[in-house]
Ligand binder design. Sequence first.
Ligand code: SAM
Length: 266
Amino acid sequence: MREVIKKHGLTASKALGQNFLFDMQLLDRIAAVPGSLDDQSVFEVGPGPGGLTRALLQAGAKVTAVERDERCLPALSELADHFPGKLTLINEDALALDHGSLFDGPFHILSNLPYNVGSALLVKWLSAPQWPPQWQSLTLMFQREVADRIVAQPGSSAYGRLSILAQWRSTAKLAMTVHRSAFTPPPKVMSAVVHIVPTAQPEGVDFAKLEILTQTAFSQRRKMLRQSLKKLPGGLEALEQAGIDSQRRPETLAVSEFVELARLLS
Ligand code: SAM
């Protein structure tokens, strides 16, 4: 991979969140997180020079990769030549792309995400209107601190809006931590890979309701729920109907309690 970078004169761009991985053993471990990818379709965001892409192709996946930086395309085209018919490249902004229209059937999403757009992409994938979504799993690299928020349990300081959005109709686990020195150039902070798999959606609740509820509740995380939820129409009534003590703070509520509150909101 280092030779690929050298050959194509790819200097990492900070603006595009470029921190490349070259260690093929590590990349193989990341590609193994969702289970066997043999004959499976994969959507990869930000292939860069193609390290993870190569690991995915070697695992037998059919990959569609969207990369914003056109400087990476010659290196990726060379990789496509090595795996004929297995790699489709799209030179676009992943945030603007309707990824669902790219696939006929189910697919997995894997990415060493650009940190500046990571959370926005995660929320986009978690907010799929149909559930279970067309994607079967998410295997995503985040800054450690963001990964901790995604998998956090009630009572911890990391627990918040992102934990609930990621856990109310999915399981979210920390698959591995990755030392900053594994990247070129090394970022300032540690990283971790999160693995998310959809589960059944609780009835009578939609994503939008839960998003507003969690945003309101955690906008004042030190305050009692009765303070923050009075701003939501029907918020205090929902607390009462659910039998949740209005003096509790948001970080003490289980995901299932947030789901129940969202269901009861008018
Ligand atoms: N996958 C490569 C690896 O593991 O070495 C590169 C990962 S690097 C952290 C993130 C990649 O995402 C970069 O190649 C960057 O150009 C690309 N990128 C940044 N913003 C993007 C966007 N909005 N849409 C698509 N790709 C983007």
